[in-house]
Design a protein around this ligand. Sequence first.
Ligand code: ADP
Ligand code: MG
Length: 186
Amino acid sequence: MSDSIKFSSLDLQPTLLGNLIDIGYQEMTLVQAETLPQMISGSDVLARAKTGSGKTAAFGLGLLNKLDATSFRTQALVLCPTRELADQVAKEIRRLARGILNVKILTLCGGVPLRPQLASLQHSPHIIVGTPGRVLKHLAKETVKVKDLETLVLDEADRMLDMGFHDDIKSIIAQLPKKRQNLLFS
Ligand code: ADP
Ligand code: MG
């Protein structure tokens, strides 16, 4: 195995690299090898890869690497087409973030009551994973605050458009800081 495809060849935080060893991720998948160097350098990324190719860990590591967990503000927003996908993505990001102290990841999806979400939003999560409709609702209520947002991820972007989320996504983006990193995966 060439060293260039090992996670250790990347300029990732030691905490993240250590945890990757613990969870048994050694070599990067192709989409990870192609996108992580770009993400780490701060560039926007647009990537298309088939199901099961490790896209979640790609953008998950990209956003976690720049996260400041000592600062309790929402720094990353991941939009997904369905609640099931949002749950899966949040679970994978939590696994990748295991070594980081006090990191708070919240899922915000429709089809469930708003009230518990409002309670969870009393203290801003570092990372929000959610579906566009519900995230937009929270932005309107100002229960989600995005003025310090640094990373926007559109996961399964094609599918979100197929499902009619175009306008919601546009309205969300219009409320985000102009200077941010955009990661689009499909
Ligand atoms: P995609 O979003 O591209 O469909 P996922 O992000 O769901 O794919 O990843 C598919 C599976 O691959 C998951 O079970 C994940 O834990 C695993 N995986 C991702 N990256 C690696 C890696 N570098 N080494 C080993 N397993 C990995
Ligand atoms: Mg995926």
